[in-house]
Design a protein around this ligand. Structure first.
Ligand SMILES: NC(=O)C1=CN([C@@H]2O[C@H](COP(=O)(O)OP(=O)(O)OC[C@H]3O[C@@H](n4cnc5c(N)ncnc54)[C@H](OP(=O)(O)O)[C@@H]3O)[C@@H](O)[C@H]2O)C=CC1
Ligand SMILES: O=C(CO)COP(=O)(O)O
Length: 342
């Protein structure tokens, strides 16, 4: 991969976030060049035909024109051809399958793979950068995370995120390829911290949504953010994240955004459950809420490592329908008093 601005970037996953990132990548970084080409892979041919015909991804990011150098395709080979950077923007649980299907088309390339999804893999309990290393070991993994709603980014609103790779120079090059006037990308070498923050905050945001849906008040919401952050720090300490990373964009920053905004699908899922909707009803309306799929594996990892995460555990028990919301609230409040700390 070069640090030039004329390369070819492949985005896999034409959801809201993949589409917003494709437009960012198509600008070619801070100093755009016309020859940058971005392929945007969607698995559904009809979806691609719509995007090609209208120049908009109306299904996932309505009202945002695709830049002229974004090329939608449902052909994996065409999407991957000559890519010197790959962005993986499918749901976390679909990452392994996507990478396996890409393998024949990226053989011989060493293009870095930037994971833009937020979650932890079911079954294995592996972080997403680990999934990349297992399936495509020749491709250095990187992770993009931080407080960033696709709709905000697509509108050019000021946004700041973290991009981590094991190699500092690679992280800085990748950050430069995606940065734009309104999109500030901080580079990092703490992949674990960046990916762990993005995965765990989705689970904690469900708790905040439930509190909002139950009208528990702003004080309860603030307490959940603060004590949720303590859980995040404890989990990070056990799994090799740097505390400074978790105090930054991909930890505290994303936690605050997701725990407080109605634009968040995870928060909205919690609100709906708090108001008495079923998970099925809420999911059908809201769409992908990664916390629903990450809570179980997050709690399993925490239990195995002896990490105390009462809020995450309450969310998991409610989502798995082992206890009711009222029981979960009562259990959290009935915990013995203790010294504050992490
Ligand atoms: N939206 C946001 O603001 C942000 C999202 N993220 C993260 O990005 C990830 C994607 O979210 P987002 O784009 O919002 O999700 P969306 O629900 O908008 O879209 C998900 C997309 O992934 C596609 N997809 C699902 N499985 C596969 C697969 N196996 N192969 C190819 N494509 C697949 C879906 O295709 P189809 O339409 O065919 O079902 C759909 O287009 C999540 O992990 C999320 O947490 C991170 C930061 C911001
Ligand atoms: O990750 C996000 C913002 O940083 C998007 O949050 P939701 O997936 O909850 O919508």
């Amino acid at each position: 991969m070069t640090n030039g601005r004329s390369g070819r970037i492949a985005v896999f996953g034409a959801g809201a976030w993949g589409t917003a990132l494709a437009n960012l990548a198509a600008r070619g970084g801070r100093e755009p060049r016309a020859e940058t080409v971005v392929t945007l892979f969607a698995r559904d041919c009809d979806h691609v035909a719509e995007m090609q015909a209208t120049g908009v991804n109306a299904r996932r990011l309505p009202g945002v024109p695709l830049l002229s150098n974004v090329r939608p395709t449902s052909d994996l080979a065409e999407a991957a051809a000559d890519a010197d950077v790959i962005l993986a923007v499918v749901p976390a649980q679909a990452l392994r399958g996507l990478l396996e299907s890409l393998e024949p088309f990226v053989a011989g390339s060493k293009a870095p793979i930037v994971v833009c999804a937020k979650g932890i893999e079911h079954g294995t309990g592996h972080f997403l950068s680990e999934v990349v290393s297992e399936v495509l070991p020749d491709h250095p993994p990187a992770v993009l995370s931080g407080p960033s709603f696709a709709q905000d980014v697509a509108r050019g609103l000021p946004t700041a995120v973290a991009l981590a790779a094991a190699d500092a120079e690679l992280a800085a090059i990748l950050a430069g390829r995606l940065a734009g006037p309104g999109f500030r990308v901080y580079s990092s070498t703490d992949m674990r911290g960046v990916e762990l923050g993005g995965a765990a905050k989705n689970v904690l945001a469900v708790a905040n949504g439930v509190a909002a849906g139950r009208d528990l008040g702003a004080s309860a919401g603030a307490a959940l953010v603060a004590r949720g952050f303590a859980e995040l720090i404890r989990f990070g300490r056990a799994f090799g994240a740097e505390p400074a990373t978790l105090m930054g964009l991909s930890g505290l920053g994303d936690l605050v955004l997701t725990c407080t905004s109605a634009l968040s699908r995870n928060f909205s899922l919690g609100v709906a459950l708090g108001r008495g909707q079923t998970i099925a009803e809420a999911s059908a309306r809201i769409g992908l809420a990664e916390g629903l799929y990450t809570c179980g594996v997050l709690v399993d990892l925490a239990n195995a490592a002896g990490v105390d995460m009462p809020i995450a555990k309450a969310v998991d028990a409610v989502l798995a329908e082992r206890i009711t919301i009222d029981e979960a609230i009562a259990e959290l409040l009935a915990r013995p008093s203790k010294a504050e700390g992490v």
